[in-house]
Each structure stands twice: as structure tokens, then as C-alpha cells.
Design a protein around this ligand. Structure first.
Ligand SMILES: *Cc1c(COP(=O)(O)O)cnc(C)c1O
Length: 639
């Protein structure tokens, strides 16, 4: 860090440090004034909006942090990028069928998001994937484009199937993807009963396995899909029923966030063989559905690391088409309509979580006495000596000694042989030893083995106004890494290394893995807080999976949400504002009745008044505060 301090720090340095231009996909950048900007585009207008401006506008509207900001234009742009990339690849290669994406609703079920996808997707025939009855109901109420498909995955009961069959009759192209052999008899029976011809797809388990988080989604033991043996049985059943013309779609899903293009190619290659064989068996076919998996480059490294991807969107499209053509052309099999179920890649960019920092705990060395009093315990003297004699040459030995002395001090304290003040002095001296090691490693050619660990131990804890469990559940559940950066002061050099803690009182409520070009880091560089000035941090690319997976840990509820949208003239507006849960809301989710809570509390307050602990007018004040609290935000509010 010292090296960097010598020269004037600029916004460009921050852009590098936080990798903003690497993971930002052209949507996020830093202005000369040190502000993190988002660049939505509408009607040919590209506007770099500082996120700090958005925060101020949110504040002016009386809303508190944390806030989830959705940029509608970014979602639209992503839909355009995906569809146009396929269109271009199709045009370039002379592929003989169209691309028809379907958005898997589970990735972000929020009404606003689905509406937006359907509106903007209409021009591309972009449809929806439904994995449950509620999702099918959403799809039926939103899809109007006749070119857009509905793909029904997941376990389907009779009600689900009836709904889909009625939809087919109304003119929707609604596919039932057979995931297990037990579904097929219900589909056949219901389509006979209602006299509606179904559109049937089959989901196969490919032998191809992929690397990354979701390895278990692929291969023989994946829980969904038909084995090849079961697939043959399905074909035989349909043949016997005279319904092979209904079998039109082949689906597979290797898992989400596939980082390696080779796995994508391997999957399509195997699927094309299955497809070709189904055509030979006499199935109508016409649709090849590759599922999800198109990855997001969360760390900007453009590698096959699990939080990245080693391919561009253009390469993804080109490779898929290349494999299909080179497999089907020699056999003279007609090109199928390509369906992908990209969710993550479509919606991740459009949401940013913003919060303020409430407090910082730093592990800095406290005031040390000039000299240690003679009567002080010998271990304390030894610690002081280790600190003073340490140099670049002997730091490892001195550190080992100091560690031993510190542990001895703790041991003696436990046995009551050392007092509180001596223990405090010992801890402080050891902190000083750790600090000195770090300072020495910066200039010394000699390596200190555990420098990274030390740095981590001495890093600050920034307490931030959000709940990890509510807003970033994947960080907790699957070690997901999201890009994180302060949204202002980027023209100042950040001088602290920190981890981020949320305000739940759960020790898991912290972020201590950060994106980095080469690896994940355990700390993030941040600025020191300034008196009387808020410090805001953004967590980026959080549009996929986070919103509904979040839970009410410690009863922190939904955050405020605003949707920002550019106008044609380049100005922007809040197209939508959703107030987060109030305390009364979250209490009612866990079966408390706010009215009853108030009544119980009133009785207790009444008794206190009767017993003379509080006056009647104090009771009045207390009841008012209680009632007002119930209506408030569950997060830290500024008075
Ligand atoms: C979750 C899921 C998807 C979405 O995958 P992404 O990687 O987010 O694009 C697609 N299809 C199926 C069947 C899924 O279960």
C-alpha cells in the first residue's frame, strides 16, 4: 500500500483495485470525481449515473438504507445482448432455425422483473420457464407474444398439467418437459380426457459432468431428468399411444454458472446425439433446449474459475451453433429451434445492493507505556523485548516467541495468576508485534510465511447496515462471491483492509471473500470513515437468485427497493418504489399479531403505572414509542 501512497491516487487506480471495468461489463465505471457510475442506455442515450446521486435521491424521498436498486434499462440491455448475440451467430452461420430464450422465473420472480422481461422480450419471442404451478400462473398471465414459449419443468401434478393443456388450446406454445417416468401417464391421460394435444419435451441426464458449483446437477446421479433407459421407455410408450408427433423438445440442464466453455460444448455434443436418435425413432422434434448455465463473470477474470467464465456471450452462441451444425448437417437433420434457459446472465447485472457503514472495529495498537514497570510479570517484559529486538532478519523467531508469551499470559490469566491490566498490556504488545511484522514484510526481502493470515487478523471490521441472510443469501449458503466496492471517494486511496459484517448478531453474518483478478481475497481495501459523513458501499450483480432466497434471520425483513429508469431525454426517474418490511410485517410473518402485542405491552405498562414505577404521562410516551417502532423499518434508521 505504501508504494501506492507515493503517487497521486486517481479514480482509475480504484477502477483497477476493485476490478470495476473487468466485472462491470460496460455497465459500471468510475468517474473522474471518484464516483462509481452505472451506465444505462435508452433511445440511443447513454448516461453515466453516479450511484451516490441515486442514494441522495432515495434519502430525499425519506427512505433509509439498505436499498436494492434495480436498473430496468440494464435488464433490457441484457435481454437485447443475449438475443442479438444469438441472432448474429445464426445469421453468420446460415443456421436454419431461430433462437427462443425462456427466462426461468425462479431466478427472480419479482413481478416487476418478469413484466419487464415479457415486455422487452416480446420483440425477440423471449418466453418463460416455469418450474411450479405458481410460476406457470405467472407465465400465463404475462406472456402475450405468440412466438414466446413456455417450458414447464419440475414435478407436475394433474392440476399443473390441466392448466398447461388449456393454455395450449388457447394458443400458447406450452411444453411439458417430462422429468420422471411417472409424469407421462398423467399427461397422456389428461390430454385424452380434455381432448387437447400436448407439446411434450423430455429432460435427459447427460453423462457429461461440468465443473463449478453445480457439479451435482449433471451426470448419472442428478436428481432430475430421465436416464437413457427411461428415455427409451418414454419413446416406446408414446409410440404405442400413437403420440410420437407430440414429442418435440429435448431438454437438459447441466447446472448454473458453468465457467468452462469446454463443458458447454461437451454437453451440446452429447445432447445432439440424443436429439438425432429421437428424430430417427420418429419423434417430431424441432426444439433443443440447453437449459441454463450461461455464466456471469463475477470477478472479471475471464477464466474458468467458479466465479467467472472463460468465454464471451458471442463465443457461447457461436460454439453452440457450431456443435449443432457439425453434428446434424452430415445426417441431414433439420436444425432445431434453439432454446436456452438463461436466468443468471439475464438478470444479475440489473440489481445493486446499497448500504451505509455504521461503525468500524479496528485492531490497532493502543497506547503502550514508555517502559514496563519492574514489578510487571516477566512474560510482559519478554513480549516487550521481542517487539524491540525484532528486525527484518529475525522476525519469524521473534514472532514465534511473542506468540508463545502471549499464549502463556492468557493461560496464567485463566488460572488467576495475572491480573486484568497485565493481560491487557500483553495483548496490546502482541498486537504491536503483529503490526511490526507486517510493516517489516513490506520492505524486507525475507518472506514471512503467514503474512496474509496476519493481515487478515489485523483487518478492520466494517459494520454495515444490511442482513447477509436477507440480501445476499448465496454468500452464506454457497460461498458465492459478488463484486463489492465503495460507491464514492474512489479518487482517494483506501488505506484500510477490512471485512464486512452485517447487523444480524450471527457470526456467519459477514463477508470475508472478495473478488480479485487472480484469486479470492479475504479482505477488501476501504477508506477510513470521516466524521459526520456517511460511507456507502455497493454489492453488484445481485439480480439473480438473491431476492426470494433471502430469509428473516433475526427478523430483518425485505429491504426497500427502487427501480430506476432512464427517460428518452436522458433524465432518470424512479419508476417504482417498494417500501421494505415494517417491524409489524415481519412479526406477522412469524404469527405474532401486532395488535395483540400492543395490547399485552399496554397491560404491562398499566401495571407499572399502578405500581408507581412510571407516571401516566410517561406511560403515554412509552406506548407511543412502542407503536411507532412497529411501523418502522427493521434496519438501522437515522433519527
Ligand atoms: C435454475 C435453472 C435454470 C437457470 O440457470 P442459470 O444458470 O441461472 O441460467 C435453467 N434451467 C433449469 C432447469 C434450472 O433449474
Amino acid at each position: 500500500m505504501n508504494k501506492l501512497l507515493n503517487k497521486q491516487w486517481t479514480s482509475a487506480d480504484s477502477a483497477d483495485l476493485y476490478g470495476i471495468r473487468d466485472w462491470g461489463a460496460g455497465y459500471f465505471d468510475v468517474s473522474d470525481k471518484g464516483l462509481l457510475t452505472v451506465t444505462p442506455e435508452r433511445a440511443g442515450n447513454k448516461v453515466a449515473l453516479p450511484l451516490l446521486d441515486i442514494v441522495q435521491e432515495i434519502r430525499e424521498r425519506g427512505m433509509d438504507m439498505p436499498v436494492l436498486v434495480r436498473f430496468e434499462d440494464l435488464l433490457e440491455q441484457q435481454i437485447g445482448r443475449l438475443n442479438n448475440a444469438f441472432r448474429k451467430a445464426i445469421a453468420d452461420t446460415g443456421y436454419q432455425a431461430p433462437y427462443r430464450g425462456v427466462f426461468p422465473i425462479k431466478v427472480n420472480q419479482q413481478c416487476h422483473v418478469v413484466e419487464e422481461i415479457c415486455n422487452v422480450g416480446a420483440q425477440f419471442g423471449h418466453g418463460l420457464e416455469a418450474g411450479s404451478k405458481p410460476e406457470l400462473i405467472i407465465a400465463l398471465a404475462h406472456l402475450e407474444s405468440p412466438d414466446a414459449h413456455i417450458v414447464c419443468n419440475g414435478y407436475k401434478d394433474q392440476e399443473f398439467i390441466d392448466l398447461g393443456l388449456h393454455a395450449c388450446k388457447m394458443g400458447y406454445s406450452c411444453f411439458f418437459v417430462v422429468e420422471t417416468p411417472t409424469e407421462l401417464p398423467i399427461i397422456i391421460e389428461r390430454s385424452r380426457a380434455l381432448n387437447i394435444k400436448p407439446l411434450i419435451g423430455v429432460r435427459v441426464k447427460l453423462a457429461s459432468m461440468v465443473g463449478g458449483h453445480w457439479t451435482a446437477t449433471s451426470g448419472d446421479r442428478s436428481i432430475f431428468g430421465l436416464s437413457i433407459t427411461q428415455l427409451v421407455e418414454v419413446v416406446d410408450t408414446l409410440k404405442a399411444e400413437g403420440m410420437l408427433d407430440c414429442l418435440q423438445l429435448l431438454h437438459y440442464h447441466l447446472g448454473s454458472q458453468i465457467p468452462n466453455i469446454r463443458d458447454i460444448r461437451t454437453g451440446v455434443t452429447e445432447a445432439c446425439q440424443v436429439y438425432m436418435n429421437l428424430v430417427r425413432e420418429g419423434a417430431a422434434m424441432g426444439f433443443l433446449d440447453l437449459g441454463g448455465g450461461l455464466a456471469v463473470d463475477y470477478d472479471g477474470s475471464n477464466t474458468n474459475y467458479i466465479h467467472s467464465r472463460n468465454y464471451t456471450l458471442e463465443e457461447y452462441c457461436a460454439d453452440i451453433i457450431d456443435v449443432i451444425m457439425s453434428t446434424l448437417n452430415p445426417e441431414q437433420i433439420a436444425h432445431p429451434t434453439i432454446i436456452t434457459e438463461s436466468g443468471r446472465a439475464l438478470v444479475a447485472y440489473s440489481s445493486v445492493l446499497l448500504f451505509n457503514v455504521l461503525d468500524v472495529a479496528s485492531f490497532q495498537v493502543g497506547q503502550l507505556p514508555e517502559s514496563i514497570p519492574r514489578e510487571e510479570h516477566r512474560l510482559i517484559h519478554s513480549l516487550k523485548e521481542a517487539l524491540e529486538t525484532m528486525s527484518g532478519k529475525n522476525m519469524q523467531e521473534c514472532f514465534n516467541d511473542a506468540l508463545f508469551y502471549r499464549d502463556e499470559v492468557r493461560e496464567l490469566f485463566k488460572r488467576g495468576q495475572i491480573g486484568l491490566r497485565s493481560r491487557s498490556l500483553g495483548e496490546n504488545l502482541f498486537l504491536a508485534v503483529m503490526q511490526k511484522v507486517l510493516t517489516l514484510t513490506e520492505t524486507s526481502p525475507k518472506q514471512f510465511q503467514e503474512a496474509d493470515k496476519l493481515r487478515e487478523q489485523l483487518s478492520d471490521i466494517y459494520y454495515c447496515n444490511f442482513s447477509l441472510f436477507q440480501s445476499l443469501p448465496d454468500v452464506w449458503a454457497i460461498d458465492q462471491v459478488f463484486p463489492i466496492a465503495p460507491i464514492h471517494r474512489l479518487d482517494e486511496c483506501p488505506t484500510r483492509e477490512a471485512i464486512i459484517a452485517d447487523i444480524t448478531c450471527d457470526c456467519d453474518g459477514k463477508v470475508d471473500r472478495f473478488t480479485n483478478m487472480h484469486d479470492t481475497k479475504t479482505t477488501i481495501p476501504l477508506h477510513t470513515l470521516k466524521d459526520g459523513e456517511e460511507y456507502y458501499i455497493g454489492v453488484f450483480l445481485v439480480g439473480a437468485y438473491q431476492e426470494t432466497l433471502g430469509d428473516l434471520h433475526n427478523l430483518f425483513g425485505d429491504t426497500n427497493v427502487v427501480s430506476v429508469r432512464l427517460n428518452d431525454d436522458g433524465s432518470h426517474e424512479f419508476a417504482d418504489e417498494l417500501e421494505g418490511d415494517s417491524i409489524a410485517d415481519v412479526l406477522s410473518y412469524v404469527e405474532y399479531q401486532p395488535q395483540q402485542l400492543r395490547e399485552r405491552f399496554r397491560k404491562i405498562a398499566e401495571r407499572s403505572t399502578r405500581e408507581g414505577r412510571i407516571t401516566a404521562s410517561e406511560r403515554q410516551e412509552i406506548m407511543k414509542a412502542f407503536s411507532e417502532s412497529m411501523l418502522g423499518y427493521t434496519y438501522y434508521e437515522k433519527v
